[in-house]
Design a protein around this ligand. Structure first.
Ligand code: NAP
Length: 305
C-alpha cells in the first residue's frame, strides 16, 4: 500500500513509518522540515505545510492511504502565531480535501482522548471539530483517540520534569490528574493494522496503556529513573488557573490557562479499545518498565533478604 504519513517525522510518526516500512508498504513522511529526521532509508520524505493546501495536494496524489499525525503540542502555549485551529482543524480539512480530490481510499485520523467540539481547551475543541470533518467526509476513515503516548523522543515524561524540580516540588492539585499512558511501540502496530484491515473502517478507538497513573506518579517515576527522590506539595487548582491566566500575556511562561484547564480533566478510558486489535492490556508496556525501573515489590523483596 502507498501510504502518506503527514507528521511522519514526529514522535509517533517516525515509529509508525518504520512499522509500515517493515510491513512492506511504500511510505512517504510529510512535514514542513522533513530532512534529517532519522527515518529508515526505505521511507521517502516530502515537504509541505498542512495549513497550506497547495503545498500538500500534489504529494497526496497517488496515495492509497493518508495518515494524519500532524501536531501542535497541547502541553505548552503555542508559540510564533501557531494555533490549534490552523494546525489540527485547518490541517485536517486540507488533508481530507486533498484525499477526496485524489480518490484516496483510506484516511487515518489521530485525535485525542476527550476530543469535543465544545470542549474546554483550544486543542480539545480543534480535535473534536476535526473528527467531525473526517466523519462527514467521503473517505474510508478510522479515528484513534489515544491517552498520552510515551517512548523515545516523546514529551510526556520530559513535561513532568519541566513542570517540577527534584527533591521538593509543587504540582497543581497535588498532581492528582489521571493518565493512562501507552507506549509508542505498542500503539504503532495498531495504527498499521487499522490501515490494513477494512474491518476498522468507520470506527473510533479510545486507546490507552495498561495502568492508570497520576501526574504525581509520573513525576516520581521520572525522578526515580534519574536516582533522585521527590516530595510533592499540592498547589490549589484554582490558584494555578488564576496564576496562569494572569501570566498568559508573558511570552516566556510556557504554560497558559488551557494547560491549567487540561490538568483538571482525567485522560483515561472506560473501555480500552486495544482489544479491537487482538491485544490484551496485560501485554502492553508500562511506563515503569519503559523507564527500566524495578517494580517496588521486587525491590522491597530484595532489601528484606
Ligand atoms: N504524543 C502524545 O502523547 C499524543 C497523545 C494523544 C494524541 N496525540 C496526537 O498524535 C499525533 C502525533 O503526535 P506526536 O506526539 O507524534 O507529535 P510531534 O512529535 O510533535 O510531531 C508532529 C509532526 O507534525 C509535523 N507538523 C507540525 N506542523 C505541521 C504542519 N503545519 N504541516 C505539516 N507538518 C507539520 C512535524 O514536523 P515539522 O515540524 O517538520 O513540520 C512533526 O512531523 C498528533 O495528532 C497528536 O495530537 C499525541
Amino acid at each position: 500500500m502507498k501510504v502518506l504519513v503527514a507528521g511522519g517525522t514526529g514522535f509517533i510518526g517516525t515509529t509508525l513509518c518504520a512499522e509500515l516500512d517493515d510491513r512492506g508498504h511504500d511510505v512517504t513522511a510529510l512535514s514542513r522540515n522533513p530532512e534529517g529526521s532519522g527515518l529508515p532509508t526505505g521511507v521517502d520524505v516530502a515537504m509541505g505545510d498542512v495549513s497550506a493546501f497547495d503545498s500538500i495536494v500534489d504529494t497526496v496524489a497517488g496515495s492509497d492511504a493518508v495518515v494524519n499525525l500532524v501536531s501542535l503540542s497541547p502541553l505548552y502555549k503555542p508559540k510564533g502565531g501557531a494555533n490549534h485551529d490552523r494546525v489540527h482543524l485547518g490541517g485536517t480539512e486540507n488533508l481530507v480535501r486533498a484525499a477526496e480530490e485524489h480518490d484516496v481510499d483510506r484516511f487515518l485520523q489521530m485525535s485525542a482522548l476527550g476530543a469535543d467540539p465544545d470542549g474546554a481547551t483550544d486543542y480539545i475543541r480543534a480535535k473534536g471539530r476535526a473528527e467531525t470533518l473526517v466523519r462527514e467526509s467521503s473517505l474510508d476513515w478510522t479515528i484513534f483517540r489515544p491517552s498520552v503516548v510515551f517512548g523515545e523522543g516523546g514529551e510526556f515524561v520530559p513535561f513532568a520534569k519541566k513542570l517540577t524540580t527534584p527533591y521538593v516540588t509543587g504540582l497543581p492539585g497535588g498532581g492528582e490528574t489521571r493518565f493512562q499512558p501507552i507506549w509508542v511501540e505498542d500503539l504503532a502496530p495498531m495504527l498499521a493494522e487499522a490501515l490494513e484491515d477494512d474491518d476498522h473502517v468507520g470506527e473510533t478507538y479510545e486507546i490507552a496503556g495498561p495502568q492508570i497513573v497520576t501526574l504525581a506518579d509520573v513525576t516520581e517515576l521520572a525522578y526515580e529513573a534519574d536516582g533522585k527522590p521527590v516530595t510533592i506539595l499540592p498547589i490549589p487548582m484554582a490558584l494555578t488557573r488564576l496564576g496562569l491566566t494572569a501570566a498568559d500575556p508573558l511570552p516566556f511562561i510556557p504554560f497558559g490557562p488551557d494547560q491549567a484547564r487540561s490538568l483538571e480533566m482525567d485522560n483515561t478510558v472506560v473501555d480500552n479499545d486495544v482489544t479491537a486489535f487482538g491485544v490484551s492490556t496485560d501485554e502492553l508496556t508500562t511506563l515503569r518498565e519503559h523507564l527500566d525501573i524495578e517494580p517496588r515489590s521486587v525491590r522491597t523483596q530484595r532489601q528484606s533478604t
